[in-house]
Write a protein that binds this ligand. Sequence first.
Ligand SMILES: Cc1cc2nc3c(=O)[nH]c(=O)nc-3n(C[C@H](O)[C@H](O)[C@H](O)COP(=O)(O)OP(=O)(O)OC[C@H]3O[C@@H](n4cnc5c(N)ncnc54)[C@H](O)[C@@H]3O)c2cc1C
Length: 491
Amino acid sequence: MKATGTDGIEAVTRRARELIPPDGVVTDPARLRTYECDGLAHYRVVPALVVMPEDADQLAGVVRACAEHRVPYVARGSGTGLSGGALPHAEGVLVVTSKMRSITDVRPADQRAVVQPGVINLDVTRAAAPHGYYYAPDPSSQQICSIGGNVAENSGGAHCLKYGFTTNHVLGADFVTADGEVVRLGGDAPDSPGYDLLGAVVGSEGTLGIVTSATLRLVRLPEEVRTILVGFESTDHAGAAVSAIIAAGIVPAAIEMMDALAIEAAEEAVHCNYPEGAGAVLVIELDGAAVEVAAEYDEVDRLCRENGSFEQRVATDPAERALIWKGRKSAFAAVGRISPDYIVQDGVIPRTALPEVLAAIAELSRTSGVRVANVFHAGDGNLHPLVLFDEEHEGQAEAAEEVSGAILDLCIEHGGSITGEHGVGMDKAKYMPRMYDADDLDTMQLVRCAFDPDGISNPGKVFPTPRLCGEVPGRHKGAHPLQDAGVAEVF
Ligand SMILES: Cc1cc2nc3c(=O)[nH]c(=O)nc-3n(C[C@H](O)[C@H](O)[C@H](O)COP(=O)(O)OP(=O)(O)OC[C@H]3O[C@@H](n4cnc5c(N)ncnc54)[C@H](O)[C@@H]3O)c2cc1C
């Protein structure tokens, strides 16, 4: 194994130039700067080299060179990630998949599509729709984010309540390991025998290797879709309606909630015409066979009224449906209209804890003086508190950061998690020890080491302290307890 350093990156650059056409190898400092951050812009690192391979062979060749010279690399799809997962390494290579955007195959007969990693999420649905199918996981960023990024983050979206997250829709993947080998994980069939290595890769945030092709499950377009906008006096009432709907055995395609501050921002930005004076709105979508949707609608309508709704509107045409969703899907960006700076937080709680956690967030906001707008996937308890501040005012950024961390503590206290869909990345690595003890983290690190013994694939992400595999040891100076027990081996 050769040493890392400028010699290493120069050798990888030379190899990349042999493999990839000239416009796919970027060394110009001004162009490199374009890639210095992802959607979490307050972390910025300029990479030493950017490559844009056109196929899996080119990509694998670059990774092989990285492995040979021990140069770290980071995969990047569209760079919309909100946890700093695609933040480059200053002495490493950023492998951008934006030239790998082919939809290789759409097979309606077995409900599959095979796509390259740079393919934009919504383009899968566009390709499948003429055949009567769509791709269900729908992050709000679906017009720009890539399938590779979705797989790496196990992305969710409004419709994941009924249809499941990305992991439920990826059946197979071509995958470049950290030593540059191309392997196939999973397959076309719903399940493969042996360890679920594909399951380990989905949600691994680029720390195990790079996906170069994904076989996706397509879902039949429903016969009917009914989108309902419901206004409530408060989030308590809206939360009670959500619980009542789920308790009645109805699983809507989506139930999204926005509070008054989020509604105000969305109104200013996209004039979505949400019910005036609402303390909270629910966007509820029912889909399926027409008779089933009609029956569910009657029940949902009744349960919302019983729980204090004061206005209910059903979209009567696609334009009205699009406007209802526009308000919800633009909420993150819209908050920029009412606050110069904000943190998009992402945490999960059991749905039943919603009223208690929302009250605690309101109390945090009141005592700290930091405004918090709430937008969330209410059906599956995935919160997105938007913590507002103005960097120009001394102390506000720190106060917002504190409130943001305290919200994650609330999620953990209530049996939830520090991220529902945006990932850990760089941003939340420091929160991992709040959820897991050192042995848990070391066990995860053993999995990582099995895929990437030299720790060159997206190093510094997800885990707070590098451990094992020759990395700087943390609290454990000796062998890991799993090693002592003969259960695991460090390579
Ligand atoms: C306005 C807005 C709304 C959003 N809404 C949602 C939402 O509703 N739900 C949701 O889940 N997320 C949401 N996100 C977050 C983000 O869009 C998703 O995490 C998305 O999956 C990232 O895709 P990307 O192509 O931009 O990935 P990037 O940001 O480029 O990368 C994300 C991570 O994936 C890794 N990666 C990228 N490509 C590969 C690959 N081929 N192989 C292995 N690893 C790879 C990177 O190293 C990084 O760790 C939102 C973001 C924005 C800006």
